[in-house]
Design a protein around this ligand. Structure first.
Ligand code: HEC
Length: 210
């Protein structure tokens, strides 16, 4: 057995013994405000990362993840579905995410410790018992661009992100019905995440009826 497997088995054993002890003693506190012991967090993370790494091993990464079109499509999806929990450069997560445990991590660094296949696997399948949803009902062709975007996040500033999302709105012609007031960059993506289409439908309706 290599070192990684030994760690994995140790973490699994530890989790099993800890779990059995918690059941026997009825001491496990399921409150989202009660933090895990450091050793429990360690065991969960080792098992999770090992599982993700082996599940992602067979995934073939498509070409073109560096393409501007991919990154833009990914940013659109990310703003609508991910920024609400994970935030984005210059964008705070929604208040709901703050009460979650484990907290949704800041994804600006995810691509530094996970390869594209692992990121893809996570987005497609989600992470059990964590609040990270599976997005498998979206097609792979929609999910790879999100990976493309995540790979850009480590070098993206708040200005870059704002510019990118403004470009997406422009390309979609989103602003033609606007009142002219500039949405604040920080508030806009989260507000859009809540109801990206309805908001704009409302706009175009009120304009066509007046
Ligand atoms: C309801 C909140 C929520 C939403 C929405 C959400 N996530 Fe997550 N995500 C989480 C949580 C919580 C975790 C932490 C899981 C853990 O600790 O094991 C996570 C973890 C991740 C990770 C692993 C991060 C790491 O450190 O390696 C990635 C990648 C990820 N999410 C991507 C996405 C993408 C892309 C989207 C949009 C398609 C998305 N998430 C939407 C809650 C969310």
């Amino acid at each position: 057995m290599n070192r990684r497997s030994v760690t994995f088995v140790a973490a699994g054993l530890f989790a099993a013994i800890g779990g059995a002890a918690a059941i026997a003693l009825s001491t496990f506190d399921v409150s989202a405000r009660a933090r895990h012991w450091p050793a429990t967090t360690w065991a969960i993370e080792v098992v999770r990362d090992h599982s993700i790494r082996s599940a992602a091993a067979g995934i073939v990464v498509p070409a073109g993840l560096e393409d501007r079109a991919s990154i833009m499509a990914g940013a659109e999806h990310y703003r609508a579905h991910c920024a609400v929990c994970h935030g984005a450069p210059g964008v705070e997560p929604n208040i709901i995410a703050r009460g979650m445990y484990p907290a949704p991590p800041d994804l600006r660094h995810a691509a530094e410790h996970r390869g594209p296949a692992e990121l893809f696997w996570i987005v497609k399948n989600g992470i059990k018992m964590s609040g990270m949803p599976a997005w498998g009902d979206h097609g792979d062709e929609e999910l790879w661009p999100v990976v493309a975007l995540m790979q850009q996040l480590p070098k993206m500033t708040a200005e870059d992100y704002t510019r990118l999302t403004a470009e997406i709105d422009q390309a979609a012609g989103h602003h033609q019905h606007d009142t002219g007031a500039m949405p604040t960059p920080a508030a806009m993506p989260v507000a859009e995440a809540a109801s990206p289409t309805h908001k704009h439908d409302g706009h175009s309706h009120s304009h066509s009826h007046h």
